[in-house]
Design a protein around this ligand. Structure first.
Ligand SMILES: Cc1cc2nc3c(=O)[nH]c(=O)nc-3n(C[C@H](O)[C@H](O)[C@H](O)COP(=O)(O)OP(=O)(O)OC[C@H]3O[C@@H](n4cnc5c(N)ncnc54)[C@H](O)[C@@H]3O)c2cc1C
Length: 426
């Protein structure tokens, strides 16, 4: 390829900034990033309150976040500073604290460990490469099964609840419907062990600071407040329109939701057909000030089921034992086949729950609803959605990256962008 060609990157989240960083590394310097918002980072959103960062979007990483580590090192962004995650406790839906893995439940812990070892062996022997970034490696039809079915088939059903904590409560959905391929790409064996041992990464200034840091070291920082509203592709050039006007490019890297791309771009029949199959979750975060702030964060495992969607599945107390900070709650607003709750309805449920748990609620400081975890159904995964979309990479000089192409976490999305650059911009 020609290193002088003009490249347009749509989106200044982890995927878009990683694409720019690795393009430069490969000698491509003629790129522009268009970002709709007035900041970079996308779902890594860390507003400040009384001098401290709070997390309304992404929170944490694990030691095998290799691409994020590389970006942090390059940008001089230091990890650490909010270590409270190691002390998360567990509550019943009525707010009562309990210990799931001690006393009478210790045998349960031992059983989980045995099944985890069994799963590790099965994945290594039957599904090598299951944890590779993206979905363009070996295709295993079993991995299209919903995780619950996949675990039952492989005799490790007891692990399902263990996986729900860093999956369902993190907004990624329910194991009766989500294909195992996604769950296991994110929660590969090293990652689930990192969660089980609380070996987790956080960033003092919030995850948003990672991308602000990257945006400072790249040659062409993202052009903010610039939503792309039109894309017209011909054989000669690609015309990209934002409110500031229309620019022409040779190549396009789309890191924004592909289901939305089809609405403003000159999508062809293949793009329209495939992107209309993408489904997503609605994930709500509420930052709530309470007078009697709990010392630490809590999981509420019984709220991680379809019957109790809308209820908080976890709440985050970022600075252990410190005053002047909100509790941030995390709830799913949707469940397949049931009506999607509005943000107001979810807020009402969250506040009612917090009050019934004995918290004196003062104020809702901030709230967000996120277009979350775009993915395809088990049926579409089994039907070869990824094989078809990967075969479309590069057609009409367009490359697809961002969450749906790998998985909706910081490292998977950034690593996929790195892969796009290494595969197509050499
Ligand atoms: C509540 C929450 C908790 C999370 N927790 C974690 C966690 O602990 N660890 C982890 O690794 N990940 C976590 N994530 C997921 C992680 O934040 C995302 O997977 C990651 O940000 C995806 O990066 P992306 O660049 O693909 O997309 P995004 O972050 O969504 O970025 C896309 C960008 O594109 C911009 N955009 C959209 N449309 C247009 C347009 N038409 N023109 C120009 N720009 C446009 C958006 O404004 C946005 O900035 C969490 C996310 C949320 C919401």
């Amino acid at each position: 390829m020609d290193a002088h060609e003009r490249i347009c990157i749509i989106g200044g989240g982890p995927a878009g900034l990683a694409a720019a960083y690795y393009l430069e590394k490969n000698g491509y310097h003629n790129y522009t990033i268009y970002e709709a918002a007035n900041r970079v980072g996308g779902k890594c959103y860390s507003p400040r309150f009384k001098g401290k960062s709070i997390e309304m979007g992404a929170i944490m990483g694990v030691p095998d976040y290799d691409t994020i580590d590389e970006l942090c090192r390059a940008a001089g962004v230091v990890r650490g500073g909010a270590e409270s995650l190691a002390h998360t406790d567990f509550r019943r839906p009525d707010g009562k604290l309990y210990k799931p893995f001690t006393g009478l439940n210790m045998w349960k812990g031992a059983r989980l460990l045995l099944q985890l070892n069994k799963l590790e062996k099965i994945l290594k022997e039957k599904y090598p490469g299951y944890d590779a970034n993206g979905h363009y490696g070996t295709f295993y039809p079993d991995l299209a099964l919903p995780l619950r079915e996949f675990f039952a088939k492989n005799g490790v059903a007891a692990l399902t609840d263990l996986y729900a904590q860093p999956f369902t409560s993190f907004g990624y959905g329910y194991f009766e419907v989500i294909p195992a391929a996604y769950v296991l790409k994110y929660l590969d064996i090293p990652t689930i062990k990192a969660f089980a041992t609380n070996n987790l990464w956080t960033w003092r200034d919030g995850t948003q600071a990672i991308y602000e840091g990257v945006n400072k070291i790249i040659e062409h920082p993202a052009t903010l407040n610039s939503p792309v509203t039109k894309v017209e592709r011909s054989e000669e050039e690609i015309r990209v329109t934002t409110p500031s006007g229309t620019e022409t490019f040779d190549k396009l890297i789309v890191t924004t939701p592909l289901a939305q791309f089809a609405a403003y771009a000159d999508a062809d029949d293949d793009e329209k057909r495939e992107f209309s199959k993408i489904i997503h979750n609605e994930y709500a975060t509420h930052a709530v000030m309470v007078r009697n702030l709990p010392k630490q964060s809590s999981f509420i495992p019984d709220n991680m089921t379809g019957e109790r969607y809308g209820h908080p599945m976890v709440f985050y107390v970022r600075y252990m034992g410190e005053p002047d900070q909100p509790i941030v709650t995390y709830s799913l607003r949707n469940y397949p086949g049931k009506p999607t709750l509005s943000l107001e309805e979810t807020r009402e449920t969250v506040l009612k729950d917090l009050k019934s748990w004995g918290f004196w609620v003062d104020d809702v400081l901030d709230e967000k609803s996120w277009y979350y975890f775009p993915h395809v159904s088990s049926a579409d995964y089994a039907d070869g959605w990824y094989q078809r979309v990967e075969a479309m990479q590069g057609r009409r000089n367009t490359y697809y990256a961002g969450e749906v192409m790998s998985f909706g976490d910081m490292n998977e999305t950034a690593t996929y962008s790195k892969g796009i650059v290494d595969r197509f911009f050499q």
